[in-house]
Design a protein around this ligand. Structure first.
Ligand SMILES: [Fe+2]
Ligand SMILES: [Fe+2]
Length: 142
């Protein structure tokens, strides 16, 4: 039997902001819930899709605050990624409402890649910026 693999959050993906790490772990969990549902052959994906849309909006807002407060130079580019992803999720929701039977698998493929790549690459870039800022504050002023 072909078990669809889970995505696994690891401490090396930490952005060093506890609330954001917590949200990332939760996002990974929701994707894994979707894997379970699809594995069970369930067609009731609406609660998970809604969960994901709601949770992403909370997370993206929180991340925006952190990026803005730290004057992150790639804020606009990063926000565009969040916006495109939100659009994609809404498109999935529409497909669901139109009864796309392959939707679960399509979503898993897309979500695993997007959430994993975004969290472990793009989010890590602002984490580096935050760490650089923290370092600068530590440097004694002349
Ligand atoms: Fe994130
Ligand atoms: Fe992000």
């Amino acid at each position: 039997m072909n078990k669809i693999s889970y995505i696994k959050w690891e401490p090396k993906y930490s952005v060093h902001v506890e609330i954001l790490d917590e949200q990332h772990r939760k996002l990974f969990d929701i994707v894994n819930d979707l894997v379970d549902e699809v594995e069970m052959g369930s067609n009731q994906l609406l609660p998970i899709i809604s969960d994901l849309i709601d949770y992403l909006s909370v997370h993206f807002k929180q991340e925006s605050i952190v990026m803005m407060e730290s004057n992150y130079p790639s804020f606009t580019k990063h926000s565009r990624e969040h916006r495109d992803f939100t659009e994609k999720m809404k498109a999935f929701l529409q497909d669901y409402e139109q009864g796309d039977t392959e939707l679960g698998l399509k979503m898993i493929v897309f979500l695993k890649e997007w959430i994993f790549n975004h969290t472990t690459r793009l989010d890590i870039e602002y984490a580096h910026h935050l760490q650089d800022n923290a370092e600068k504050l530590k440097t004694p002023q002349e």
